[in-house]
Design a protein around this ligand. Structure first.
Ligand code: OGA
Ligand code: MN
Length: 282
């Protein structure tokens, strides 16, 4: 295949043109794609038109798809693919909009997915951007004081139904010891080393971190805010404005993301989603 890769911004992101994901990739192209994705943190494949099954087959060439735990969002004809839709409503009739706040996917799992793939199936005419933060760059640019503070630090990640930030009160609600937290929840380093490149990145999830080991909830909340403010500043972020046919793969080991629901809700926004197996963060 004759394809071109070019950067999307000077913060992160690359796009690849001339690839048809319905066609099996040769070994050399697969290597180039994998390197480009890790290097740029997110890679956008333009002009794809894929059924859920074709999307799944393509993803299998880039990693090992993982089952996604929320069964109500599985695409019936291909249950390893789930969907993200703005048409979902909770029992009280309120629109359920996921992913509005900065996060990295599934950090409450002992081995979080290395990557997430989204295929824009139906997009609003404009808006509905997905924002990405380059957590590798954010680490590099961390002040020496803050770098020292987070060096060797570990965070307690826990799943909750609600996708809202934990309030300080909630964080402090159950005062469990570090040992109890380790036994009940998942603990990950705050600075992780990328298993492919050996580079370091800040690994936080403001939606899922209860607190840091050796730190109370109050202090932890302040540090999470400080790190999030730093990492999501204009210096390290890129908003992706979706085009019909885009497939994005992003690296959860070195990115946070969020969606901006700044469009007319009469319009449908539907994504197909696959996550790829990852290792325990180190
Ligand atoms: C996700 C997610 C953002 C979006 O699928 O994990 O956060 O733009 N999606 O829909
Ligand atoms: Mn997400």
């Amino acid at each position: 295949m004759d394809y071109q890769i070019k950067p999307l911004s000077d913060k992160l992101g690359a796009e690849i043109n001339g690839i048809d994901l319905r066609v099996p990739l040769d070994a050399e192209t697969t290597t180039t794609i994998n390197n480009a994705f890790v290097d740029a943190v997110i890679l956008v494949f333009r002009d794809q038109e894929l059924t859920a099954q074709q999307f799944f087959d393509a993803a299998q060439q880039l990693g090992e798809p993982m089952d996604q735990h929320l069964s109500q969002y599985k695409v019936p004809e291909c249950p390893m693919v789930s969907y993200v839709s703005n048409q979902e409503r909770s029992d009280d009739g309120k629109r359920k909009l996921l992913g509005k706040a900065w996060h990295t996917d599934h950090s409450f799992q002992p081995e979080p997915p290395k990557a997430t793939l989204l295929h824009g199936v139906e997009l609003p005419k404009r808006g509905g951007d997905t924002w990405f933060a380059n957590m590798r760059l954010a680490y590099e640019e961390l002040s020496p004081t803050l770098k020292q503070r987070v060096d060797g630090l570990e965070a307690i990640h826990a799943y909750r139904e609600s996708r809202d930030y934990l309030t300080k009160e909630e964080r402090g609600a159950e005062a469990l010891t570090d040992e109890e937290e380790r036994a009940n929840n998942v603990v990950h380093p705050v600075i992780r080393t990328h298993e492919v490149t050996g580079t370091k990145a800040i690994y936080i999830n403001p939606l899922r971190i209860k607190r840091f080991i050796g730190m109370n909830s109050e202090e932890s909340a302040d540090l999470i805010d400080e790190l999030t403010m730093h990492a999501t500043s204009d210096d390290f972020t890129y908003p992706h404005s979706w085009q019909q046919g885009d497939v994005i793969i992003w690296d959860n080991r070195q990115a946070m993301h969020r969606v901006e629901h700044n469009y007319d809700f009469a319009e449908k926004r539907l994504m197909h989603r696959i996550i790829l197996k990852g290792r325990k963060p180190k």
